[in-house]
Design a protein around this ligand. Structure first.
Ligand SMILES: Nc1nc2c(c(=O)[nH]1)N[C@H]1C(S)=C(S)[C@@H](COP(=O)(O)O)O[C@H]1N2
Ligand SMILES: [Mo]
Length: 170
């Protein structure tokens, strides 16, 4: 093969590889989770035996309220927190769903981190919250739009940032 043909082949190969990479990036962006986009619009997919439903979270909801809690790290650090949100048991009520003792709910985050919460925990008044505000301001991008707060957890390791989907009865 002549040097000329070799360099044409090299250039062609490079162009094809770049084109493939660009296409992969575009496809990946398009697939960038539907649930992430829904959460940004304050909507959550709630999957249950009844099928998949969409919950429209509203800060005008009668159950939307502020509360004080403490974030406790395993290293002993304790932080006073002031959040606003809706108790998850109220959300279930509004959706016509129930969580009994045999029901676990799984909260899924944008980074695919999952938190399992028992029905008994959800039914405890003032325990399991979906919050959208800290100190009356919307949560920052790293934590929001939705954060799971479990008041009665000994440590706050199950507090989930960026909740995008909830499965009931898992
Ligand atoms: N979305 C999401 N939430 C998460 C986690 C995570 O990896 N992703 N890690 C959990 C764990 S193991 C801990 S200890 C705390 C850490 O919270 P911090 O980063 O505010 O210390 O967040 C919890 N929530
Ligand atoms: Mo952790």
């Amino acid at each position: 093969m002549s040097e000329n043909k070799k360099s044409i082949l090299k250039i062609t190969t490079t162009v094809v590889i770049i084109a493939i990479l660009v296409i992969l990036v575009i496809v990946n962006r398009r697939n960038a989770s539907v649930n992430d986009a829904m959460a940004a619009a304050h909507r959550l997919e709630i999957e249950s035996a009844a099928g998949s439903a969409e919950y429209a979270f509203s800060e005008d909801d009668t159950y939307f309220t502020c509360f004080d809690t403490q974030m406790r790290r395993k290293n002993g650090d304790v932080f006073d927190k002031h959040y606003s949100g809706i108790e998850f048991r109220r959300i279930l009520e509004e959706m016509g769903l129930t969580a009994d003792d045999s029901t676990d709910c799984v909260f899924i985050c944008a980074d695919q981190y999952e938190i399992r919460v028992a029905g008994s925990e959800i039914r405890e008044p003032g325990n399991v919250w979906l919050v959208t505000r800290e100190d009356d301001l919307p949560l920052d991008e790293e934590q929001g739009p939705f954060m799971l707060v479990i008041n009665n957890d000994e440590f706050s390791t199950r507090w989930g940032r960026q909740i995008v989907k909830i499965k009931i009865g898992e």
